[in-house]
Write a protein that binds this ligand. Structure first.
Ligand code: ADP
Ligand code: MG
Length: 339
């Protein structure tokens, strides 16, 4: 019998990987925003049309790419962020898998304009379904602009599976909130169908929460601070009287990225013991910083699930830090100092 195993062509492998990385327009938004942050941008614009179904564009003023790098950035496993396995244990960047752009370009029409600050001209690349359609040198502002159009154009099942424009926009807003909240020193602008829906000047984390969720947040936030050998905790919990029946504004960030953790959520709820009405949950914005060696981010392509070495200690530190803050708040209800 003849051998029957063959290596898949790159564009097929990319399309398969895309299934995991890109679930919906919001996944593209997350990947492009994270790339802009990794590029050291101080100003990021997000432009979306029809819930991302028609257009998702991210424009940054970061380090840009050379012509060769621009082409390479669309190859699978092509990254400037790690070069060996050890680097995985000392991650300083949001990205490292080198598969987002390759995945996106496999299932959409992508337009990239990029220029390094020290280059006179930039490069304009057009890619459709992993194929470079055109490439030219052009005058463009420093940094990178990536437009993603006709997402899932070659995967009708996925395209049809997309929810309504409103629902997809909601998911995009969620991703935008997460990125904006953990990067208060970056200025963000978000345009939906031609109108600006967020204009977030550079600020600190307290002000950023109010910029994103409105001035109602001003009187709700109780600061939480704790530093131990294992973790540095900072951020805010919302006063118990503002807790909600539904899941509301609840955010954990670990080493600069949004994470989901039912276990740590439980620690927060436990710290509020006796202060919440039945079935009510507190809002929180909690930033955890741990040694990069003690956190594994590489569990899932979307990187929102992570594994901490010492989860039990984190739980205990978090719970006691919040209890402490809430205790202080009971004694002195007005706690409104700036961070
Ligand atoms: P990763 O972020 O995991 O490295 P990506 O596919 O998202 O993988 O990006 C591939 C590479 O392209 C990055 O490592 C980076 O060098 C480059 N790149 C992507 N987006 C930008 C950007 N906005 N500015 C500068 N370089 C970028
Ligand atoms: Mg990336």
């Amino acid at each position: 019998m003849a051998d029957i195993i063959k290596l898949l062509p790159d564009h097929v492998a990319n399309q398969i990987a895309a299934g995991e990385v890109v679930q919906r327009p919001a996944s593209v938004v997350k990947e492009l925003l994270e790339n802009a942050i990794d590029a050291g941008a101080t100003l990021i614009k997000l432009i979306v049309k029809d819930g991302g179904k028609t257009l998702i564009q991210v424009v940054d003023n970061g380090i840009g790419m050379s012509e060769t790098d621009a082409r390479l950035s669309f190859e699978r496993h092509a990254t400037s962020k790690i070069s060996c396995a050890e680097d995985l244990f000392a991650l300083k960047t949001k990205g490292f898998r080198g598969e987002a752009l390759a995945s996106i370009a496999a299932i959409a029409h992508v337009d990239m304009l990029t220029r390094k600050p020290d280059s006179e001209l930039g490069v304009h690349l057009k890619i459709e379904g992993s194929k470079i359609i055109s490439q030219e040198m052009v005058a463009t502002s420093k940094g990178t602009s990536i437009s993603v159009k006709n997402l899932f154009f070659n995967i009708p099942a996925r395209r049809n599976f997309l929810k309504s424009i409103q629902v997809e926009l909601r998911h995009i807003m969620d991703e935008f909130h997460r990125v904006a909240l953990v990067n208060p020193s970056i200025e963000f602008h978000f345009y939906n169908n031609g109108s600006e829906i967020f204009n977030l000047p550079q600020s600190n984390s307290r002000q950023r929460i109010t910029q994103v969720f409105g001035s109602k947040m001003k009187d709700r936030l109780v600061p939480v601070e704790e530093q131990t050998e294992v973790v540095k905790v900072s951020g805010f919990v919302c006063k118990p009287e503002f807790s909600k029946k539904s899941r509301g504004e609840q955010f954990f960030f670990a080493n600069g990225r949004f994470i989901k953790s039912p276990y740590l959520h439980h620690a927060v709820v436990a710290a509020f013991e006796g202060l919440l009405k039945a079935d009510h949950y507190p809002g929180y914005f909690l930033y955890l910083d741990v040694d990069p060696k003690s956190i594994d981010i590489n569990i899932h392509p979307t990187k929102t699930e992570v594994k901490f070495d010492d989860e039990h200690t984190l739980y205990a530190v978090l719970k006691s830090a919040i209890k402490h803050s809430l205790g202080q708040f009971n004694v002195a209800p007005v706690l409104d100092f700036e961070r």
